[in-house]
Unconditional design. Structure first.
Length: 76
């Protein structure tokens, strides 16, 4: 997940490296367009469908949060 975000979504190399607890939304690493791209990645590569009501800060605030969200979705 960190690799994908670092290579495909980071707007500026100045924010690298990203850590599992880096605040992605607060720091501006993720914005609405990059979240859309990330949800497409989650669906295509991991088979995780993200519903519009699930696109909330607690699910996308950090890499750890995204991984927890993906694990929860895969376990249901």
């Amino acid at each position: 997940m960190i690799d994908y975000i670092s290579k495909e979504l980071v707007p500026s190399q100045d924010v690298l490296p990203i850590k599992p607890d880096t605040k992605l939304l607060e720091s501006g690493i993720l914005d609405s367009l990059s979240i859309l791209r990330l949800t497409i990645f989650l669906k295509e590569k991991l088979g995780v469908q993200v519903d519009s009501d699930e696109v909330v800060s607690e699910n996308f605030d950090t890499v750890d949060a995204i991984c927890r969200f993906v694990q929860e979705k895969k376990s249901t």
